[in-house]
Design a binder for this molecule. Sequence first.
Ligand code: HSE
Length: 348
Amino acid sequence: VRIVVAGFGRVGRTFVSHLLDREEQLRLESGVALRLVAVATSRSTWLPPEHAEPAPLRAAIAAERFQRLPGRHEEWNAEEAIRHVEADLLVEATGGDPRHGEPATTNVRAALEHGLHVVAASKGAFVHGRSMHDLAARRGLQLRVGAAAGAALPTIDLARYALAGTRIESVEGILNGTSNYILGAMAASGSAFADALHDAQVIGAAEPNPELDVDGVDTACKLVIIANAVLGADIGLDDVPVHGISGLEPEDLERAAARGRTIRLLGTLRRGGSGWQARVEPTPLPLAHPLASVSGFEKGISYTSDLMDRVTAIGGRSDPNGAAAALTRDILNLVAVLPEGLSSPAPL
Ligand code: HSE
């Protein structure tokens, strides 16, 4: 699988680093050879020479930039790399505010138009309706967004595989590790919001703009991505009322605890007469609720369906390792369902 990586931020670098460490093991265990053919940012592209030594790339990952590597193509940004490099799959891991959708949307569209399958850790291309999924379906290409919707927590795969054939009626999720950690730290010690947020930034769980975490936007993005990917919805961020945790005080958490409840930033999806209704808000959960035990940077999702009732998954802490591993997982699962391996897509 010839891979173009768009984005050399924490997730993109960690993905490339995993590839260096595990390429051989993955090939032996899964029979899939993953090969990096380009790493691109909004400014330039690096094309690994044949049989490149791993040491310079490891140094570039440590330095957080590939500007000194031989084989750089100054003129190409990610979109141009996608259009020019012979490849099978795009790993979309650019940063950028998901509310604006760029550069991720341009990159994903270019990849699908150009015949590449896509796995994404960025959210921007999937939070304004389901058009990328429709384009992928028309092209006969695979588009996997699990790394953007909880990453190591298998939100999408649980719905797609474990609940296949049921009618999902509602979804509840603690989908943002950073705010869950902050709430836990505040409840345990009354510790200041800012200290807990700083911890989240140090381990790489928080977004580059951490307001997206604490204001609930990141949770809303994940809800929308899940709804559009596996619930047949066609919704966008504008459809989701969002309340974050920044207004909460330790006393609010204490009062909830005195009533046997724990306040969590909960995202919910409910099937209504006119489609899926989504919302995000701090919610006092009874301690017996399956998501009440989600701790620290972990997350959780609970689906209720007509035939299997409630099914819950918990864990998958938010950090760059989990996000990068989710990209690899999605690539391996994507390749496994291709009927004839990596064949040509349908014409546009
Ligand atoms: N910032 C997110 C979190 C991880 O804290 O869960 C990326 O979606």
